[in-house]
Design a protein around this ligand. Structure first.
Ligand code: PHE
Ligand code: ZN
Length: 868
């Protein structure tokens, strides 16, 4: 087994070895049936399991039974009903030598949910008990072959104090209940065999928002969203979203729900967004609870998106699961693609696409160009939790989108139908998915499969050469080296392309799909009636970096006339990016074309406010950094401020109209009202950049009069970056009003950690000492750490204090919750891209962290790879 050898000085921890995709072997033993009995308690829970085990004919002959464990001690082991001492520990796993082909294994363990700060396995949150098993949490509950290709039918009995835990939930349907002596029990059965990572259990004092959904075949499904009683009024949007998602999956993919019961539980301590456990989804409360007073439009959209995502997993993940964790994108990339399509269908498709591409560029492109780059189907990992990444999720979704683009909607649907039918009840691979699409469509997709194995974002160059009625498009591609992949092959890149008339602004060559498959390729256009402008990678048909030879004048024209809304957005953004990168490089450049494009967009009466908002928002400081040979955060910040202020001054009239006219009744959640509110706050932001004093007054007025969280938080964000008395007033008013609402207090922390101020490092240091800061709560921790890590100018403060602060926080968090701590490392991974002094300080912090004794496997992997 290869070691990740990175830094000669770094301590090599022998326990932190790699798992490799090519080492996959089928399981030696299968577990067709699993019976679990829980005697539940916060401090102490007893788990008794009965496993029916059968030798797998495809496994190694005569192999012993290996059951994974993590932090577990067996209290007792039984083989075919008789207590046995014939077992041993192999590391943290349990090894039982067995003759024959079929046995019943009994195991008893005792665990402490209260002591479980990693929030993996069974843990306590706010007095309730809940589980998180993906990827390898089940082994913290009981010994089991904890791998996704071992599917088992579960029967689960929960026994608990009735007053403390009046509600008992697990996967499937209840089959029996009983009570006595202040205790009660419930027994449930899940008819669908599932891998252990989909097991879930919840016990607590919860109340449900109940509803029903009648499925396409007439099945009446009982729906429940379980929360603490006080939160019930905040569950309406999640419930409406769930029903919308169920309906959409029937109409769009022909997928029907398959149990009589579908439950969702919201918990306030959760490592990720949510989890698709069969029939019992468990959610971070941030993705369930919302009302007009406490949630922004973005929160509402995120709730719809995540509720749909987890629901969609019922087919893409649960009915068809993954053979091994290297296939994670099989379920995640596909399910993200499905939730993106859902959100586009229920909202505004163009704006959704812009939003998704922004996320991809901000997070995935950075990952793909740094030391943590990995393919959509990775070849190895040290800790699988570190691979729940934007590459697996978002680039994986782009890969599915490209396959759909190549096949067209009908053949794509035939392919997904075949995939679900062929692999129902199985643990499948990414290859199986592509094969199903190919078999159903008759189209060979081999050329796209390289996207699974080759990491790195392709860079595509394009130049249009016109000679009268003929035009030639010269294309080129380079895929940069990534860790372990120094030399790359050319990829298959589907580029939706059209020509736009320079004078007419019309589509003079209609959109066509060009497949760029070689390192260099030329494509011809005939009958080009007038001077043409190149509109390429329309709707972002391929997840690549485009470098198109086009003058500012051409971009300005496209910004006003491109027939594809995404391409139009791109033209405006490209104009801004060019200006910003040049200015940050110390060049003096004219801002006429940029202001023209932004002004024209704002004044247009065909464009809707949501699109205008996205288009005029200047690219983030980190995106500007991606354009520079060496990143200088101060120069980038200064350039962006200069542009924001110029827009604010030059277009004050247009912006004021948008800001004043953008007030919409808070209860109106139509896409029109959301769009107007989004534009309103972006306009406010730019106005404040042009005239900070006036901006502070306007923002305070918006803050005070807001009847919804979108306007209120939007104004607070603007104020947080200003030096004005209104800033402190608003922050205090916000805090006082929402003191008892943790999700809103998370916003209060994040707004300050994101502020564009010279003293943000001091502010976050103070926030980390605040009475309401809690390192044990992932949302609260992220409200500082994630927000600050993304705040380029503040994190990269020339003093290096930002680095030191985040590194200290990561080390502290690692002792509590390694999974969450490890996810805080990526901002450091970009160290090589920065000017020398900062690069050295970042590197020194990485080394200091790596040299700290007792690091988790999670953090060790992220740090050692970041230094490689
Ligand atoms: N599978 C979950 C999702 O995508 C994500 C998750 C992973 C949640 C690991 C918790 C732990 O929807
Ligand atoms: Zn998912």
């Amino acid at each position: 087994m290869a070691d990740v050898r990175v830094n000669a000085e770094a301590p090599q921890n022998p326990a932190h070895t790699e798992t490799r995709r090519e080492d996959y072997r089928p399981p030696d033993w299968l577990v067709p049936e699993t019976e679990l009995r829980f005697t539940l308690g916060i401090e102490k829970t007893r788990v008794q399991s009965k496993l029916k085990v059968e030798r797998n004919p495809e496994g190694a002959p005569g192999a012993p039974l290996l059951l994974n464990g993590d932090d577990l001690k067996p209290v007792g082991v039984w083989i075919d009903g008789a207590r046995s001492d014939d077992w041993s520990m192999k590391g943290s796993d349990l090894l039982i030598p067995l003759d024959g082909d079929s046995h019943e294994i009994g195991i008893e363990t005792e665990i402490s949910p209260a002591a479980n700060s990693k929030l993996m396995g069974l843990y306590a949150s706010n007095g309730m008990l809940c589980t998180q098993c993906e990827a390898q949490g089940f082994r913290r509950i009981t010994f089991f072959p904890d791998r996704p290709d071992v599917l088992s039918k579960y029967r689960v009995r929960m026994d608990a104090d009735k007053a403390q835990f009046p509600i008992l939930l697990t996967n499937g349907n209840p089959v029996a209940t009983g009570e006595g002596d202040g205790r009660h029990w419930a027994e449930w059965e899940d008819p669908f065999p599932k891998p252990s990572y989909l097991f879930a259990l919840v016990a607590g004092d919860l109340k449900a928002n109940r509803d029903t959904f009648t499925s396409m075949s007439g099945r009446k499904v009982d729906l429940g969203i379980w929360v603490r009683e006080a939160d019930l009024p905040k569950t309406a949007h999640a419930m409406a979203s769930l029903k919308q998602a169920m309906q959409w999956d029937e109409e769009t993919y022909g997928r029907e729900y398959d149990l009589d019961l579908f439950n969702i539980v919201a918990v306030s301590d959760f490592n990720m967004g949510a989890m698709e456990n069969k029939g019992l989804n468990i959610f971070n409360s941030a993705y369930i609870l919302a009302d007009q007073d406490t949630a922004t439009d973005v929160d509402f959209d995120n709730i719809a998106r995540v509720v749909a995502h987890e629901y969609f997993h019922n087919w893409s993940g649960d009915r068809v699961t993954c053979r091994d964790w290297f296939q994670l994108s099989l379920k995640e990339g596909f399910t993200v693609f499905r939730d993106q399509s859902f959100s586009a269908d229920i909202g505004s498709p163009a704006v959704k696409r812009i939003d998704d591409v922004r996320t991809l560029r901000m997070i995935q492109f950075q990952e793909d160009s740094g030391p943590l780059a990995h393919p959509v189907r990775p070849d190895s990992y040290i800790e699988i939790s570190n691979f729940y990444t934007a590459t697996i999720y978002n680039k994986g979704a782009e890969l599915i989108r490209m396959m759909k683009t190549v096949l067209g909607p009908k053949k794509f649907r035939a392919g997904t139908d075949l995939y679900f039918e062929r692999h129902d009840g199985e643990a499948a691979t990414c290859d199986d998915f592509v094969k199903a699409l190919e078999d159903a469509s008759g189209v060979d997709l081999t050329h796209l499969k390289l996207w699974y194995s080759q990491a790195g974002t392709p860079h595509v160059t394009a130049r249009l050469e016109q000679d009268g009625g003929k035009a030639k498009l010269h294309l080129g591609q380079i895929v940069p080296p990534t860790p372990g992949q120094p030399v790359k092959k050319p990829m298959a890149i589907p580029l939706k392309t059209a020509l736009i008339g320079k004078a007419s602004g019309a589509e003079i060559a209609p959109e066509r799909l060009i497949m760029l498959e070689e390192a260099e390729q030329t494509v011809e256009f005939d009958n080009v009636g007038e001077a043409a402008l190149l509109s390429i990678n329309r709707s972002f048909s391929a997840p690549v970096v485009m470098d198109v030879e086009r003058g500012d004048g051409e971009l300005e024209k496209l910004a006003a006339s491109d027939t594809d809304p995404f391409a139009r957005y791109e033209a405006i953004q490209e104009l801004m990016l060019r200006w910003l990168a040049a200015t940050a490089n110390g060049e003096t450049v004219d801002s006429g074309a940029v202001l023209q494009a932004v002004g024209g967009t704002l004044r247009s009466n065909q464009l809707d406010p949501a699109f205008k908002a996205e288009a005029i928002l200047p690219p983030s400081e980190s995106l500007i950094g991606d354009r520079m040979a060496v990143i200088d955060p101060d120069a980038i910040h200064a350039a962006r401020e200069q542009l924001r202020s110029a827009i604010g001054k030059e277009l004050a009239g247009e912006l004021s109209n948008a800001q004043l006219g953008g007030g919409q009744p808070g209860e109106d959640l139509s896409k029109e009202a959301k769009g107007a509110r989004r534009l309103r706050t972006i306009a406010l932001n730019l106005l404040a950049a042009g005239d900070p004093d006036k901006g502070a007054q306007l923002a305070k007025a918006q803050f005070d009069s807001a009847d919804n969280m979108t306007d209120r938080q939007g104004a607070l964000v603007v104020l947080a970056s200003l030096d004005a008395p209104e800033r402190e007033q608003a922050l205090k008013a916000f805090y006082d009003r929402y003191e008892d609402d943790p999700l809103v207090i998370d916003k209060w922390f994040a707004v300050q950690a994101s502020a564009q101020r010279a003293d943000t490092v001091d502010q976050v240091q103070a926030l980390a000492e605040h009475a309401k800061f809690a390192i044990t709560n992932p949302n609260r921790l992220r409200s500082i750490a994630a927000a600050f890590g993304m705040n380029q100018w503040a994190f990269h403060d020339a003093s290096g204090r930002g680095y030191r602060f985040l590194a200290d926080l990561i080390l502290k968090a690692d002792k509590v919750n390694p999974q969450v701590a490890a996810r805080m490392v990526p901002p450091f991974g970009r160290w090589r891209r920065f000017e020398e002094k900062r690069a050295a300080m970042m590197r020194a912090e990485l080394e200091r962290m790596l040299e700290t004794p007792g690091l988790s496997k999670d953090l060790y992997e992220q740090l050692s790879k970041s230094l490689a």
